[in-house]
Design a protein around this ligand. Structure first.
Ligand SMILES: Nc1ncnc2c1ncn2[C@@H]1O[C@H](COP(=O)(O)OP(=O)(O)OP(=O)(O)O)[C@@H](O)[C@H]1O
Length: 275
């Protein structure tokens, strides 16, 4: 078990609203996230002495449309270190999700190398890639991507059907994770019976089921009201402080403040990287 977050109680700010039983709020416009102290300027200064956990080297990606090759990523170079919280920003259509999908082995680059924890995807079989992805990478998407006919508990367990760590009682861990994200009383609900914030909590629990080293999040708060979004970001902050490497795509500079470092993808390259 990499983190101790399972042992922690869900903080009151992350618990569902006791009056409504949901985590949705009506004051969506007025609410503003208070950045956790550890994220406020001057107190970040994280000492990243860990090994590179993600290396993107001279990566190009194009799509074939009809008989045309459309280049999306021209020459991406990016290193993410163990324990880092990185935000990826950039204009719509610039290729942020494409890059994330390459890092998460959901797609392969046209050229170049992606190395995860020292393993080069180009040198792995499809089976090895699937195992590395299943055990070391957790995904959180803007649209939650839960399976509608499965309960919250079954959705959280789902990744373990393909890949699971040896000796782990996955049912027990799935329940612990749902408790952790404040959904102990919603385990047997299906996604259609959950709010957006609750659905995203299920998706986070699912992403953590195999205790991955890396969390990849594509606009994880994009479909949530601001208060619920803050709660999800605070959850990410805690997961990061416990040692997980996080890469998050966002359009919102306020959300990017949660990260240690922000990179900008534009015109097919990583254009800037500011601490
Ligand atoms: N499977 C695909 N086939 C062809 N083109 C694709 C495919 N996937 C993405 N694209 C194109 O690649 C470009 C980059 O898409 P991508 O989703 O990576 O951008 P993005 O920066 O994440 O955008 P947004 O911020 O709007 O989500 C877009 O022009 C898109 O149309």
């Amino acid at each position: 078990m990499k983190s101790s977050m399972l042992d922690n109680e869900v903080s009151s700010s992350e618990a569902p609203n006791p009056e409504t039983g949901t985590d949705e709020t009506s004051d969506t416009e007025s609410f503003k996230c208070e950045l956790p102290r550890s994220r406020q300027s001057g107190s970040k200064g994280k000492n990243l002495t860990g090994a590179p956990v993600i290396e993107v080297i001279n990566v190009k990606k194009s799509y074939i449309l009809g008989d045309m090759e459309v280049p999306i990523l021209n020459d991406i170079n990016l290193t993410v270190y163990e324990g880092e919280f990185l935000a990826i920003m950039g204009p719509s259509g610039s290729g942020k999700s494409t890059l994330m999908n390459l890092i998460g082995f959901l797609d392969r680059p046209t050229e170049g190398k992606i190395i995860i924890k020292g393993l080069d995807i180009n040198e792995l079989s499809d089976k090895e890639v699937a195992r590395l992805r299943g055990l070391e990478i957790g995904f959180v998407f803007q649209t939650f991507n839960l399976i509608p006919r499965l309960t919250a508990l079954e959705n959280v367990e789902l990744p373990t059907y393909a890949n699971a760590r040896e000796g782990v009682d996955t049912r027990k861990r799935a329940k612990e994770l749902l408790n952790l994200v404040g959904l102990g009383d919603r385990m047997h609900h299906k996604p259609g019976e959950l709010s957006g914030g609750q659905s995203q909590r299920v998706a986070i629990a699912r992403a953590l089921i195999n205790d991955p080293a890396i969390l990849l999040a594509d606009e994880p708060t994009g479909n949530l009201d601001s208060r619920t979004g803050c709660e999800i970001l605070n959850m990410f902050t805690r997961l990061n402080e416990e040692g997980r490497t996080i890469v998050m795509i966002t359009h919102d500079p306020e959300i990017a403040k949660y990260a240690d470092r922000v990179v900008l993808v534009k015109d097919g390259i990583v254009q800037s990287s500011k601490e």
